[in-house]
Design a protein around this ligand. Structure first.
Ligand SMILES: O=C(O)C(=O)C[C@H](O)C(=O)CO
Length: 272
């Protein structure tokens, strides 16, 4: 299986990069294909992001040569969000049903497989040094945190699945944010995470719409136009925020030194 490999980068490279260079370093475009698992590996906090689209088959989470262990999760933990129709994730043979935007945490050491005709699973794994139990998160029963304001076109609901305040993990945090009708902005005002890497996967965008995603150091930002089901890597020195030309949601996932969701450095709009 080919893995899309991304090296770690420094902030100074962003200001002089061409658009093509920015896209090849930070944007992950083709994670989802029928009856395949596709993966990208970033050296930023050694996160793996992947797509599994069973399309009527049963797809196993494969080992990756770059990870270097016989099983993908031998030394890793996994977050899964279903961005398609309902499907099942088999963890050591036990099925866990996931509806649209539901999540699943899988601890170190498990074998995982995916089924479901219209299901489309987004996966994030990160190194783990302990084993925590499997946990399912339903978007319908997770109490969202409402942030932003319709007056600034930034109202959104944040569904935190693994975030340090509930189910335990080693390094991984993830959840889903749904931008409210009439709002366009995510993560504005923006912030940085000195102690972790974050990856956003945009979902629910019409095919002809885009999210204008902002990256880079405050005061020296660039942008990428991002389509549905594409992901963007935000190294620890980069803001990560965006405005959509149509309604959208996104899966956010982080890995780093701690699992404290509130450990972030806010950036005032005027400092961007
Ligand atoms: O819309 C938002 O704001 C977010 O969803 C923020 C992410 O959860 C995030 O950046 C976590 O650090």
């Amino acid at each position: 299986m080919t893995v899309d490999l991304r090296y770690a980068t420094g902030p100074e490279t962003v200001e002089t990069a061409t658009t093509a260079q920015l896209r090849s370093r930070y944007l992950i475009e083709n994670l989802f294909a029928p009856a395949e698992v596709r993966a990208a590996y970033t050296h930023e906090d050694r996160m793996v992001v992947a797509g599994a689209v069973p399309a009527g088959t049963t797809l196993a989470l494969p080992p990756l040569d770059i990870v270097g262990t016989p099983g993908h999760l031998d030394r890793r933990e996994l977050g899964v969000v279903n961005i398609g129709e309902p499907g099942e994730v088999l963890v050591d043979g036990t099925p866990h049903k996931l509806g649209a935007l539901d999540g699943l945490y899988v601890g170190r050491g498990s074998d995982v497989a995916f089924t479901g005709d219209g299901a489309c699973f987004y996966l994030v794994s990160a190194p783990a040094d302990a084993t925590h139990p499997v946990a399912r998160f339903s978007r319908d029963t997770t109490e969202p945190v409402h942030i932003g304001d319709p007056a600034t076109a930034s109202a959104r609901a944040l569904y935190r699945y693994v975030w340090g305040g509930g189910h335990p993990s080693c390094r991984l945090q993830f959840g889903v944010t749904v931008v409210s009708d009439g709002s366009v902005w995510n993560t504005m005002p923006a912030h940085l995470h000195r102690r972790r890497t974050e990856v956003y996967l945009y979902t629910g965008l019409p095919h002809d719409a885009r999210v204008l995603h902002i990256l880079g150091r405050p005061g020296a930002t660039r942008h990428l136009f991002v389509a549905d089901r594409q992901a963007v890597i935000a190294p620890s020195w980069s803001v990560h925020a965006g405005a959509g030309t149509a309604p959208y949601a996104f899966v956010w996932a982080m890995a780093g030194e701690n699992t404290d969701y509130g450990d972030l450095d806010p950036v005032a709009v005027a400092d961007l």
